[in-house]
Design a protein around this ligand. Sequence first.
Ligand code: HEM
Length: 433
Amino acid sequence: MLRDLLSIRRDPLAYLERTAARFGDRVAFPMPKTPVLLVGTTAGARRVLVENAGAWSKATIQYGALSLVTGSGLLTSDGSAWREARRVAQPAFHRSGLAAVAEQSVAAAERVRARAAVEGEVVDVDAAVLQATLEVVGRTLFGGDVTADGERVVAAVLEALEVVIGRARTPLPGWLPTPATRRLARANRVMDEVVARVVARRRTAGDLGDDLLGLLLRAVDEGRLPPESVRAELVTMVIAGHETVASCLTWTLDLLAQNPGAQDRLHAELDAVLGAEGGAGHRAPAWEDLRDLTWTRAVVDESLRLYPPAWVVTRRAESDDVVDGTAVPAGTLVIVSPWLLQRRADVHPDPERFDPGRFTGEGPEVPRGSYLPFGAGARLCIGRDFALTEAVLVLAALLRDRRVDPVPGDEPVLEALVTLRPRGGLRLRLRRR
Ligand code: HEM
């Protein structure tokens, strides 16, 4: 078991792949207290996330660890507390809100371009898109309130997540007063402070507004949510809506740099939709262009197949169940891995090949239920359309007159933390085309 723990720690993706290859679609880990089942099939994922979702909770190590940072928020809670919070937050993610996401995404990408011009050709695209996605979440959901304190929040969130993920992978009890525990407490204090400032600013402004912060504050005033849920949901959105989209954008840019044919076609689409090079020039993309940016969208969809930022989703069985033929006693932890499912050769032909045509009808079909980058069922990502709008428009704005190329000898190293990250950043050459 210790050997397993060590190899999970070293390279969790390789461990998942090796284990599934060796033991098959359903792997039971005979852990002493809590049985763990790794489910690698579409039917198994569907049973747990959709068909019998009511029998499964988020009382898992993964979400327990996250809740050390978020508290009880949408990502980590269950039952009636979750249902009410989802009802309160949902209107912030309706189509009407996506126009604001589009506008902020383009503006954030334009700032990345301006900074890249100053920095020269080789750009750490990971750092650049992390900054951009934080700005988008901050400005659209909290009306810009978080951006003022943006850098402090990012640093605090990343620090807290690092501690939490490290803790989830060690057998040491969390209450031990280690340097990591102290770092977590410090990061949490920064988040408390920033959120308190944001709330105070909004309350003194008089009008609560109808963005997420306004919806949450009104629900607290009406007694629908407990006061602490404002902090929980704001931190949840920063965590769920920032690094995930950044991870998607970073790997998409890397895939485009590695696949010049797909990048050329993306440029041709941008030329057609946003105006051709040499003519009046390219204009910045906008919300209305989304429906015409079909290849750009397929590139993002395919990138999310190969690099699903949320590479594992976990649940705990609250009652006995049968998952794709395997009897599962109450108390079992189940791991559903989009990474494994979306790279199965029997489901996705030539799975390692980057082929956006899978999503345009030109390539092999992506069978229903075998593609879960945003989860499935009632707990489907609330920010799915937000993320897709943002990713497509940031790419379009960034690449309308530039191209990305690899930096020879500087290959990224994939690291599976809370999301899939490039260790030490990801440098690409970004130049005018
Ligand atoms: C490419 C970007 C994103 C990916 C890959 C992603 C992935 C996911 C996945 C897989 C889940 C389900 C987890 C589970 O079932 O256990 C989820 C839930 C969630 N996501 Fe996202 N997400 C992304 C972007 C966003 C954005 C932009 C936001 C908010 C601004 C967001 C907010 C949330 C929240 C609040 C939940 C919990 C929903 C609930 O249970 O009611 N996500 N996300």
